[in-house]
Design a protein around this ligand. Structure first.
Ligand code: NAD
Length: 303
């Protein structure tokens, strides 16, 4: 079966591509290599170096007619979105509309969209559910939310099926220090350099860290279930940045310091996503605990 992965050269997209290739799919990667740098060599992969906002991207989808489009390509850096809201909106909103146009013309079965907990902003709620109010506090959160709404409207207007997956903070091998959820990759770089771990604010802010292999499995589950709905892909367990640093420093044989620096604009205080709906309706569950995922990640960066 033929599928397309936009952002297939990036962190999550590269793992998804590997999995799809292993399962025997023909994978078309659409990526402009602005932040991704994965060039898989496999007889069933076709790399299209293309911007998702371009006519060519639309034409590729129209010509190839993939059964599923996994749409991951995005500007995924919160700070960059604050500094350059026009670029963020252009990639995340206009880029998505362009991909949707390709899907519509190609009669794609379903678009599976990588969204984010950033759509909720700073909700004063211990655990967030999919029907909770969305109130982004960064342009990134806002542009991803707008993209979700375009996807939903394409379903209403043209019957294009979708599954929207709102991820917690994804981590794992190949992640770079830039982009969303990058704190673990930042810590890994610092550990490798033997430098101190810098924590923004008091470090009590929590995140729902989900391992990349679990995220890939949720994308695969969405090909057979969860049509026209939104799901959290998360662990439903909060981990503070202080706890994260502690686990990593326990894994590391040399002792390193942690220091606290000023907090960042647009940063959310707490984020924990209820994942019951995804478990029930997609038949998915996260398999990695934070310690298991961190161990795998630590060994990747240190070998
Ligand atoms: P990433 O930056 O590693 O991957 C994004 C990919 O998109 C890169 O390969 C990049 O080159 C490509 N890209 C960017 N702009 C493009 C454009 N205009 N045209 C074509 N390709 C373009 O990011 P990631 O962490 O793998 O994130 C993948 C998706 O998951 C994104 O949509 C992101 O918003 C979402 N997400 C990520 C996390 C996380 O914790 N990493 C959390 C929630 C949601």
């Amino acid at each position: 079966m033929k599928v397309a992965v936009t952002g297939g050269a990036g962190f999550i997209g590269s793992h998804l591509t590997d999995y799809l290739l292993k399962e025997g799919y023909e994978v078309h990667i659409l990526d402009n290599y602005s932040s991704g740098h994965y060039f898989p060599e496999h007889p069933n992969v076709v790399l299209h170096e293309v911007d998702i906002r371009s006519e060519r991207a639309q034409a590729i989808i129209e010509a190839e007619k993939p059964a599923f489009v996994f749409h991951l390509a995005a500007q995924a850096d919160v700070t960059r979105s604050i500094n350059n809201p026009c670029e963020d909106a252009d990639i995340n909103i206009n880029g998505t509309i362009n991909i949707l146009e390709g899907c519509r013309k190609a009669n794609v079965k379903k678009i599976i969209f990588s969204s984010t907990s950033a759509v909720y902003g700073n909700l004063q709620k211990e655990t967030i559910e999919e029907h909770d109010r969305t109130s982004p506090i960064s342009y990134y959160g806002l542009s991803k939310l707008s993209a979700e709404q375009y996807i939903q409207l394409y379903q209403v207007l043209y019957g294009l099926d979708f599954t929207i997956l709102r991820y917690g903070n994804v981590y794992g091998p190949r992640q770079t220090a830039k982009g969303e959820g990058g704190v673990i990759a930042v810590f890994m770089d610092r550990i490798k350099e033997g430098s101190c771990l810098k924590i923004h604010g008091d470090g009590k802010q929590t995140r729902d860290f989900v391992f990349v292999e679990d995220v890939v499995k949720a994308n695969i589950a969405a090909t057979t279930s969860g049509s026209n709905d939104i799901f959290h892909v998360s662990t439903n367990k909060p981990t503070s940045i202080n706890q994260l640093a502690e686990i990593l420093l326990e894994l590391h044989p040399d002792s390193l310091e942690t220091i606290h620096v000023t907090s960042r604009t647009g940063d959310i205080k707490h984020s924990c996503l209820l994942n019951e709906k995804c478990c029930e309706q997609l038949g998915w569950k996260p398999e990695y605990s934070i310690s298991e995922g961190l161990q795998k990640t630590y060994h990747y960066y240190n070998n």
